[in-house]
Design a protein around this ligand. Structure first.
Ligand code: ASP
Length: 366
């Protein structure tokens, strides 16, 4: 296993001024069609994806398929009960049911597959890959997605861990003063010294509205031939309305791969990403010649422009939530950006695995 260390450079310094291969398309002005003949394999992921990026790069370096490489990487996080943002142990919807979303894109084969609102299956990213491989469809949802997974041999399992159930029970108890659910403090049954804010191991979760935990893993990879693939997988927004689908399983929103240009995925408030076709926008901006970091920042500016709802704006008129993009271009240059400062993402390149700072639009949430 390669050594892990924190990269000291910021992502804003990476890939700036990069030129992107344009495939058969005509180069746009200012975007010469430079394409390196050999690319150093690189994988980027959300901050919870250190093992995922390491696994992805190891696999492609050994000649493995780019999509299999990233799916194997995120499977580690999906199966981890300690990560409450994804798969097993993910936080449930408001009924206490874990509903998962995932999409995959295979660059060289121009393939896409996705599942949304799937229940009882730990690894929705693998099911999304099977939708791509074994059906003529791109997106299966809910019960149909689960039945398809069972037909492919997946096991039905209870995805709620004791920890995520406790968290949901606490949330339910504090939702309203006018229902009959009470906290242990209110019933006088709290153990001495205990606190509702116990450590649920949710440290990796962001909170898009300052209240609700959320999280996701996106992972993208490029191999030495310049072939790209990506995957995004999530339990979505905690306490969501049953049936809610986020950006993660929406091709073009939570994930997009064009093997001539690059790959991008997102985490954060999915509704904002869907409305701006986020990951697709980032890839199109890279096609037009922007570096991965600059393309991510520009797509985030569009989200800021789109956020006109007073309930979603802070005192400064800026989004009260966060969104993060992670991107790689055809030359193997990479970058990531968020609306707000402080985020980090996982990178594996050239035997080094570590976190790098995300570029950002604003210093802090107002
Ligand atoms: N993007 C995910 C969703 O909206 C949540 C997250 O990344 O935190 O479902």
């Amino acid at each position: 296993m390669s050594s892990r260390r924190d990269f000291l450079k910021t992502s804003a310094g990476v890939g700036v001024g990069a030129a992107v291969g344009l495939g058969s398309a005509q180069p746009l002005r200012g975007a010469p069609a430079v394409r390196k003949s050999v690319v150093v394999p690189v994988s980027v992921a959300s901050g919870n994806g250190l093992e995922a990026v390491e696994t992805a790069v190891r696999n492609v370096t050994q000649g493995g398929d780019t999509l299999d490489a990233v799916v194997e990487g995120v499977n580690i996080v999906e199966r981890d009960p300690g990560d409450a943002s994804v798969g097993f142990g993910g936080l449930p919807n408001l009924d206490g049911v874990v509903q998962l979303d995932s999409s995959v894109m295979h660059g060289p084969r121009r393939g896409a597959g996705a599942v949304a609102c799937i229940e009882g299956i730990k690894t929705p990213s693998s099911v999304a890959r099977d939708v791509m491989r074994y059906t003529d469809h791109v997106l299966l949802v809910g019960e149909g997605a689960q039945r398809f997974a069972l037909s492919m041999g997946y096991q039905l399992e209870d995805l709620l861990t004791e920890r995520s159930r406790r968290r949901w029970i606490d949330w339910r108890a504090t939702m309203s003063d006018r229902d009959d659910y009470l906290t242990l403090e209110e019933t006088g049954h709290a153990a001495p010294g205990s606190s509702r804010q116990e450590d649920y191991g949710l440290g990796i979760l962001d909170s898009h509205d300052g209240v609700r935990p959320q999280g996701t893993i996106n992972c993208n990879v490029i191999n030495s031939d310049g072939d790209l693939s990506g995957v995004t997988t999530t339990s979505g927004l905690a306490w969501k309305v049953p049936g809610r689908v986020g950006d993660s399983p929406i091709v073009g929103a939570g994930l997009y791969v064009d093997n001539d240009v690059g790959a991008c995925g997102s985490t954060g408030r999915g509704e904002a990403v869907i409305k701006t076709c986020g990951s697709h926008s980032v890839v199109e901006l890279m096609r037009a010649g922007m570096s991965p970091t600059d393309a991510c920042l520009e797509a985030l500016r569009r989200i800021v422009t789109f956020t006109v709802e007073p309930r979603l704006r802070n005192a400064e008129g800026r989004p009260s939530f966060n969104v993060n993009y992670y991107a790689i271009n055809k030359n193997g240059e990479y970058g990531g950006a968020a609306i707000y400062a402080g985020g980090r993402y996982a990178v594996c390149r050239d035997g080094e695995t570590g976190h790098e700072d995300l570029a950002y639009l604003f210093e802090r949430r107002g």
